[in-house]
Write a protein that binds this ligand. Sequence first.
Ligand code: SAM
Length: 280
Amino acid sequence: MRKAMETPLSPGLYIVATPIGNLGDITLRAIATLRGVSAVACEDTRVTGRLMHHLGLRQPLIRYDDHADAATREALLERIAVEPVALVSDAGTPLISDPGYRLVRAARERGLPVTSLPGASAAIMALTLAGLPSDRFLFGGFLPGKTQARAEILNELGAVPATLVFYDTAPRLLASLAAIAQTLPGREVAVARELTKLFEECRSGTPEALTEHYTAHAPRGEIVLLIAPPGAAPPPSMAEAEALLRAELAHAKPSQAAGTVAKATGLDRKALYALAMALK
Ligand code: SAM
Protein backbone atom coordinates (compact mmCIF):
# COMPACT_ATOMS: atom_id res chain seq x y z
CA MET A 1 0.00 0.00 0.00
CA ARG A 2 1.46 3.35 -1.00
CA LYS A 3 1.63 5.82 1.83
CA ALA A 4 0.44 9.43 1.61
CA MET A 5 2.50 12.16 -0.07
CA GLU A 6 3.07 9.86 -3.01
CA THR A 7 0.46 10.00 -5.72
CA PRO A 8 -1.56 8.25 -6.87
CA LEU A 9 -2.59 6.40 -3.72
CA SER A 10 -3.12 2.68 -4.01
CA PRO A 11 -6.51 1.16 -3.14
CA GLY A 12 -7.26 0.64 0.54
CA LEU A 13 -8.68 2.24 3.65
CA TYR A 14 -6.88 5.33 4.98
CA ILE A 15 -7.90 6.23 8.54
CA VAL A 16 -7.23 9.95 8.87
CA ALA A 17 -7.15 11.93 12.13
CA THR A 18 -8.54 15.47 11.87
CA PRO A 19 -8.33 18.46 14.27
CA ILE A 20 -10.21 18.56 17.59
CA GLY A 21 -10.77 22.31 17.43
CA ASN A 22 -7.81 24.19 15.99
CA LEU A 23 -7.84 23.63 12.24
CA GLY A 24 -4.08 24.01 12.16
CA ASP A 25 -3.77 20.60 13.79
CA ILE A 26 -3.92 18.53 10.63
CA THR A 27 -0.83 16.84 9.31
CA LEU A 28 0.70 17.30 5.87
CA ARG A 29 0.16 13.59 5.22
CA ALA A 30 -3.50 13.88 6.19
CA ILE A 31 -4.03 16.71 3.69
CA ALA A 32 -2.16 14.86 0.94
CA THR A 33 -4.17 11.73 1.64
CA LEU A 34 -7.53 13.52 1.65
CA ARG A 35 -6.48 15.04 -1.67
CA GLY A 36 -5.44 11.67 -3.08
CA VAL A 37 -8.39 9.46 -2.15
CA SER A 38 -11.37 8.91 -4.42
CA ALA A 39 -13.88 9.34 -1.57
CA VAL A 40 -14.04 10.21 2.12
CA ALA A 41 -16.26 8.19 4.46
CA CYS A 42 -17.42 10.37 7.32
CA GLU A 43 -19.92 10.57 10.18
CA ASP A 44 -21.53 13.82 9.14
CA THR A 45 -21.10 15.18 5.64
CA ARG A 46 -21.76 18.77 6.80
CA VAL A 47 -19.00 18.66 9.43
CA THR A 48 -16.45 17.02 7.13
CA GLY A 49 -17.64 19.22 4.26
CA ARG A 50 -16.55 22.27 6.25
CA LEU A 51 -13.08 20.79 6.83
CA MET A 52 -12.72 19.83 3.17
CA HIS A 53 -13.80 23.32 2.12
CA HIS A 54 -11.22 24.81 4.50
CA LEU A 55 -8.58 22.59 2.86
CA GLY A 56 -9.79 23.48 -0.65
CA LEU A 57 -10.73 19.86 -1.39
CA ARG A 58 -13.80 18.50 -3.17
CA GLN A 59 -13.61 14.73 -2.87
CA PRO A 60 -17.02 13.04 -2.65
CA LEU A 61 -18.21 12.40 0.91
CA ILE A 62 -19.95 9.18 1.88
CA ARG A 63 -21.89 9.06 5.15
CA TYR A 64 -20.79 6.12 7.28
CA ASP A 65 -21.01 5.07 10.90
CA ASP A 66 -20.84 1.72 12.63
CA HIS A 67 -24.64 1.51 12.78
CA ALA A 68 -24.74 1.48 8.98
CA ASP A 69 -26.55 -1.53 7.56
CA ALA A 70 -24.64 -4.45 6.06
CA ALA A 71 -25.35 -3.29 2.49
CA THR A 72 -23.84 0.17 3.10
CA ARG A 73 -20.72 -1.32 4.67
CA GLU A 74 -20.47 -3.87 1.86
CA ALA A 75 -20.64 -1.14 -0.78
CA LEU A 76 -17.88 0.77 1.02
CA LEU A 77 -15.71 -2.36 1.27
CA GLU A 78 -16.13 -3.01 -2.45
CA ARG A 79 -14.96 0.51 -3.12
CA ILE A 80 -11.98 0.15 -0.74
CA ALA A 81 -10.93 -2.97 -2.67
CA VAL A 82 -10.44 -0.98 -5.88
CA GLU A 83 -9.90 2.65 -4.83
CA PRO A 84 -8.22 4.61 -2.03
CA VAL A 85 -10.90 5.65 0.48
CA ALA A 86 -10.37 7.78 3.60
CA LEU A 87 -12.24 7.37 6.87
CA VAL A 88 -12.59 10.43 9.09
CA SER A 89 -14.79 11.26 12.05
CA ASP A 90 -16.25 14.64 13.05
CA ALA A 91 -13.09 15.45 15.01
CA GLY A 92 -9.92 13.76 16.22
CA THR A 93 -8.93 10.18 15.63
CA PRO A 94 -11.54 7.86 14.10
CA LEU A 95 -12.47 4.79 16.22
CA ILE A 96 -11.60 6.60 19.49
CA SER A 97 -15.17 6.92 20.84
CA ASP A 98 -16.03 7.37 17.18
CA PRO A 99 -17.15 5.11 14.31
CA GLY A 100 -14.83 2.89 12.31
CA TYR A 101 -14.17 -0.28 14.30
CA ARG A 102 -16.59 -2.47 12.34
CA LEU A 103 -15.33 -1.16 9.00
CA VAL A 104 -11.68 -1.69 9.92
CA ARG A 105 -12.40 -5.19 11.21
CA ALA A 106 -14.32 -6.13 8.06
CA ALA A 107 -11.60 -4.67 5.80
CA ARG A 108 -8.88 -6.61 7.65
CA GLU A 109 -10.89 -9.84 7.54
CA ARG A 110 -11.01 -9.50 3.76
CA GLY A 111 -7.32 -8.82 3.53
CA LEU A 112 -7.88 -5.27 2.24
CA PRO A 113 -5.04 -2.81 2.88
CA VAL A 114 -5.62 -0.57 5.90
CA THR A 115 -3.38 2.20 7.17
CA SER A 116 -3.86 4.93 9.75
CA LEU A 117 -2.55 8.49 9.76
CA PRO A 118 -2.00 9.62 13.36
CA GLY A 119 -3.02 13.03 14.59
CA ALA A 120 -5.06 14.82 17.22
CA SER A 121 -6.98 12.95 19.89
CA ALA A 122 -8.48 14.68 22.91
CA ALA A 123 -7.68 11.78 25.26
CA ILE A 124 -3.96 11.85 24.47
CA MET A 125 -3.72 15.62 24.51
CA ALA A 126 -5.46 15.74 27.91
CA LEU A 127 -3.09 13.12 29.29
CA THR A 128 -0.08 15.14 28.22
CA LEU A 129 -1.49 18.26 29.91
CA ALA A 130 -2.92 17.04 33.19
CA GLY A 131 0.28 16.46 35.17
CA LEU A 132 -0.95 13.01 36.20
CA PRO A 133 1.13 9.83 35.78
CA SER A 134 1.34 9.14 32.06
CA ASP A 135 3.38 5.93 32.15
CA ARG A 136 0.20 3.89 32.37
CA PHE A 137 -3.30 5.03 31.52
CA LEU A 138 -6.67 3.54 30.82
CA PHE A 139 -9.00 5.18 28.36
CA GLY A 140 -12.56 4.57 29.54
CA GLY A 141 -14.46 6.21 26.67
CA PHE A 142 -17.48 8.28 27.72
CA LEU A 143 -18.23 8.23 31.44
CA PRO A 144 -21.87 7.04 31.61
CA GLY A 145 -24.52 9.68 32.35
CA LYS A 146 -26.72 7.39 34.44
CA THR A 147 -25.93 7.39 38.16
CA GLN A 148 -25.70 3.64 38.68
CA ALA A 149 -23.76 2.87 35.50
CA ARG A 150 -21.31 5.68 36.31
CA ALA A 151 -20.75 4.42 39.87
CA GLU A 152 -20.20 0.88 38.56
CA ILE A 153 -17.57 1.99 36.05
CA LEU A 154 -15.78 4.13 38.66
CA ASN A 155 -15.79 1.24 41.12
CA GLU A 156 -14.54 -1.21 38.52
CA LEU A 157 -11.83 0.95 36.97
CA GLY A 158 -10.91 2.82 40.16
CA ALA A 159 -8.82 -0.13 41.31
CA VAL A 160 -6.69 -0.19 38.14
CA PRO A 161 -3.19 1.18 38.81
CA ALA A 162 -3.32 3.69 35.98
CA THR A 163 -4.50 7.23 35.27
CA LEU A 164 -8.10 6.99 34.10
CA VAL A 165 -9.10 9.08 31.09
CA PHE A 166 -12.78 9.62 30.30
CA TYR A 167 -14.70 11.71 27.82
CA ASP A 168 -17.43 13.74 29.49
CA THR A 169 -19.85 16.55 28.65
CA ALA A 170 -20.30 19.96 30.24
CA PRO A 171 -23.89 19.36 31.45
CA ARG A 172 -22.76 16.19 33.24
CA LEU A 173 -19.51 17.42 34.74
CA LEU A 174 -20.81 18.31 38.22
CA ALA A 175 -22.58 14.95 38.56
CA SER A 176 -19.39 13.17 37.43
CA LEU A 177 -17.29 15.07 39.99
CA ALA A 178 -19.79 14.23 42.75
CA ALA A 179 -19.63 10.55 41.78
CA ILE A 180 -15.81 10.57 41.85
CA ALA A 181 -15.80 12.28 45.27
CA GLN A 182 -18.10 9.59 46.59
CA THR A 183 -16.62 6.53 44.88
CA LEU A 184 -12.93 7.40 44.80
CA PRO A 185 -12.36 9.84 47.69
CA GLY A 186 -8.97 11.53 47.90
CA ARG A 187 -8.12 11.13 44.22
CA GLU A 188 -6.72 14.03 42.25
CA VAL A 189 -8.84 14.87 39.24
CA ALA A 190 -8.13 17.00 36.16
CA VAL A 191 -10.65 18.63 33.86
CA ALA A 192 -9.22 19.32 30.40
CA ARG A 193 -11.65 21.54 28.53
CA GLU A 194 -11.88 23.07 25.06
CA LEU A 195 -8.52 21.65 24.04
CA THR A 196 -6.72 23.48 21.20
CA LYS A 197 -9.47 26.15 21.24
CA LEU A 198 -9.62 29.74 22.43
CA PHE A 199 -10.76 28.93 25.96
CA GLU A 200 -8.56 25.88 26.49
CA GLU A 201 -7.99 25.06 30.15
CA CYS A 202 -6.72 22.21 32.25
CA ARG A 203 -7.69 22.53 35.91
CA SER A 204 -6.72 20.00 38.55
CA GLY A 205 -7.55 19.47 42.20
CA THR A 206 -9.80 17.45 44.42
CA PRO A 207 -13.28 16.71 43.06
CA GLU A 208 -14.62 18.93 45.84
CA ALA A 209 -12.45 21.92 44.83
CA LEU A 210 -13.35 21.43 41.16
CA THR A 211 -17.03 21.21 42.07
CA GLU A 212 -16.73 24.51 43.88
CA HIS A 213 -15.08 26.10 40.85
CA TYR A 214 -17.50 24.75 38.25
CA THR A 215 -20.51 25.60 40.39
CA ALA A 216 -19.35 29.21 40.31
CA HIS A 217 -18.26 29.05 36.64
CA ALA A 218 -20.62 26.82 34.67
CA PRO A 219 -18.49 24.60 32.43
CA ARG A 220 -18.91 24.92 28.69
CA GLY A 221 -17.62 23.06 25.69
CA GLU A 222 -15.89 19.72 25.33
CA ILE A 223 -14.35 17.96 28.29
CA VAL A 224 -11.88 15.20 29.13
CA LEU A 225 -11.91 14.05 32.74
CA LEU A 226 -8.83 12.40 34.23
CA ILE A 227 -8.46 10.61 37.57
CA ALA A 228 -5.15 9.88 39.30
CA PRO A 229 -4.25 6.24 39.97
CA PRO A 230 -4.83 4.79 43.43
CA GLY A 231 -2.02 5.64 45.83
CA ALA A 232 -0.81 8.68 43.88
CA ALA A 233 -0.03 11.70 46.04
CA PRO A 234 -3.19 13.72 46.75
CA PRO A 235 -3.22 17.24 45.33
CA PRO A 236 -1.84 19.87 47.71
CA SER A 237 -4.46 21.78 49.63
CA MET A 238 -4.82 25.54 49.12
CA ALA A 239 -3.25 25.98 52.60
CA GLU A 240 -0.15 24.11 51.44
CA ALA A 241 -0.11 26.11 48.21
CA GLU A 242 -0.35 29.30 50.25
CA ALA A 243 2.72 28.31 52.28
CA LEU A 244 4.65 27.64 49.05
CA LEU A 245 3.48 30.95 47.59
CA ARG A 246 4.58 32.90 50.66
CA ALA A 247 8.04 31.37 50.35
CA GLU A 248 8.23 32.27 46.64
CA LEU A 249 6.90 35.80 47.21
CA ALA A 250 9.88 36.49 49.45
CA HIS A 251 12.03 36.71 46.32
CA ALA A 252 9.72 36.74 43.27
CA LYS A 253 6.91 38.77 41.75
CA PRO A 254 3.34 37.41 42.14
CA SER A 255 3.16 36.22 38.53
CA GLN A 256 6.49 34.38 38.80
CA ALA A 257 5.57 32.94 42.20
CA ALA A 258 2.21 31.72 40.85
CA GLY A 259 3.94 30.15 37.84
CA THR A 260 6.50 28.33 39.99
CA VAL A 261 3.90 26.99 42.43
CA ALA A 262 1.53 26.03 39.59
CA LYS A 263 4.32 24.04 37.98
CA ALA A 264 5.26 22.33 41.22
CA THR A 265 1.73 21.48 42.35
CA GLY A 266 -0.36 21.21 39.20
CA LEU A 267 -2.80 23.75 40.73
CA ASP A 268 -4.39 26.39 38.54
CA ARG A 269 -2.03 29.28 37.77
CA LYS A 270 -4.74 31.94 37.63
CA ALA A 271 -6.13 30.94 41.06
CA LEU A 272 -2.60 30.98 42.47
CA TYR A 273 -1.94 34.39 40.96
CA ALA A 274 -5.11 35.78 42.58
CA LEU A 275 -3.97 34.31 45.91
CA ALA A 276 -0.46 35.73 45.45
CA MET A 277 -1.89 39.19 44.80
CA ALA A 278 -4.04 38.90 47.93
CA LEU A 279 -1.02 37.79 49.99
CA LYS A 280 1.29 40.54 48.81
N1 SAM B 1 -12.36 10.79 18.23
C1 SAM B 1 -12.24 11.95 19.07
C2 SAM B 1 -10.80 12.05 19.60
O1 SAM B 1 -9.93 11.39 19.07
O2 SAM B 1 -10.55 12.82 20.52
C3 SAM B 1 -13.25 11.91 20.20
C4 SAM B 1 -14.67 11.89 19.71
S1 SAM B 1 -15.85 11.80 20.97
C5 SAM B 1 -17.33 11.54 20.04
C6 SAM B 1 -16.08 13.46 21.46
C7 SAM B 1 -15.59 13.72 22.87
O3 SAM B 1 -14.17 13.86 22.87
C8 SAM B 1 -16.13 15.00 23.47
O4 SAM B 1 -17.40 14.82 24.06
C9 SAM B 1 -15.07 15.32 24.53
O5 SAM B 1 -15.26 14.51 25.66
C10 SAM B 1 -13.80 14.86 23.79
N2 SAM B 1 -13.24 15.99 23.03
C11 SAM B 1 -13.21 16.15 21.70
N3 SAM B 1 -12.61 17.31 21.37
C12 SAM B 1 -12.27 17.90 22.53
C13 SAM B 1 -11.63 19.13 22.86
N4 SAM B 1 -11.24 19.98 21.92
N5 SAM B 1 -11.42 19.41 24.17
C14 SAM B 1 -11.81 18.54 25.14
N6 SAM B 1 -12.42 17.38 24.88
C15 SAM B 1 -12.65 17.05 23.60
